[in-house]
Ligand binder design. Sequence first.
Ligand code: URP
Ligand code: ZN
Ligand code: ZN
Length: 454
Amino acid sequence: MDILIKNGTFVSPSEKKVADILISDGLIQKVHENIESKHARIIDASGMFVFAGGIDPHVHMHLPTSAGFSADDFYTGSKAALFGGTTSFIDFVTPTKGQSLIEALNSRIKDAECSLVDYSFHISPVEWRNTTEQEIAECVKRGFPSFKVYMAYKSSVGLNDDVLQKVIDAVARAGGMVIVHAEMGDEIELLRNKLYNDGKTEPLYHPLSRPSYTESEAVKRIIEMADKANCPLYIVHVSSKESLIHIENAQKNGQKVYAETCPQYLLLNDSVYKGSFEQTAKYVLSPPIRKNEDSDALWQAIFEGAVQTVGTDHCPFSFKQKENGRNDFRIIPNGAGGVEHRLALLYTYGVLKNRININQFIDLTSTQPAKIFGFNPQKSGIAVGCDADVVIWNPKPKGTISSKTHHQNTDLNIYEGIETIGTPEIVIKGGVVVVESGALVNSTQKGKLLKRFI
Ligand code: URP
Ligand code: ZN
Ligand code: ZN
């Protein structure tokens, strides 16, 4: 059925104006004042903002770890995403050692078929094989041009510098982009083992084993490596003030370096690690939550454009899974959920606190991820011919985040008790109303696999 959204305030990175929007056949057909239609469902959006559905560039659904899979699969995680106004996300393909990137990609595509939002994948080479270069080129041709490398987690997916450089060179030759988890794996390994061997076993020691220089030095190093190969670089979950200095310098020098941060680094501080295991284990995620001065620097970098996106790094676990590391912080599975809260948190603590304006809010949560990762023209916003992924945002309702009421499949929430203002009143995905007044009203329309070209 056609949908006509009337009287809403349409917002994009460059505009904020009252306009009507006509949707038909899953696409935006018209954006104009005073549109009329005899056949469409009319939605009165007076007093609401209307903007493009969120694109989360960084989620880990159904991620295999030694504590079991991350708690959300593609169905539960995508449902939570829709409740929060996110209509597309990018997850990861992580092969096992010995497995080809292509085989791992094909199997991950199957895992994601139950997703309710549109999805794509970054591909993670976890070793160098004599077919890796060819596989990278094939992934790019198939529409998966972004390759995630880990400088940490050396015992599982992390790469040593020689392999890292080979991957970066191959990605550059194939016309792709490198995505990086930048932390000094070897240094962290030494620090965490020393702490543990000194009897320091609680979650409090997680951040102490990953001080901010272990991130910023890795950021500096990977920027140099990408520069050498002339390869575009996207640094995920930037958490520290020092990292921003290297990123800003590279950008000033004209290097193609993009940066992402996440709500946890903008809103929380390291006091979360004080308390019992029950209180603190959920904050074991990497990089760790840092100091207020880091959050302030990140907000500033967002405002000035040095950080282009806010992703969530959604990777929830249950308390039972976190309990694996009750006596050893090193084996607590790293990660936390957040895909559902990204828009509400950024709206409340960014827009309403005047740290960013509403146009930047759209840019960070949808327009930039689409642009950087090659979702365009399909996902370039609310414009004629684009996918009709639309959020009708009610700026008034107050809420309090809680694991008791969220839709993420975990009993933990790192934003527990945090208050929000504003919520998606209606979410339209591919031209169909999927969330309305706090309920999922369509769970049959599945998301589609998105091919990307950068
Ligand atoms: O702690 C985190 N961030 N877990 C998810 C995997 C990653 O490092 O991005
Ligand atoms: Zn990471
Ligand atoms: Zn991640």
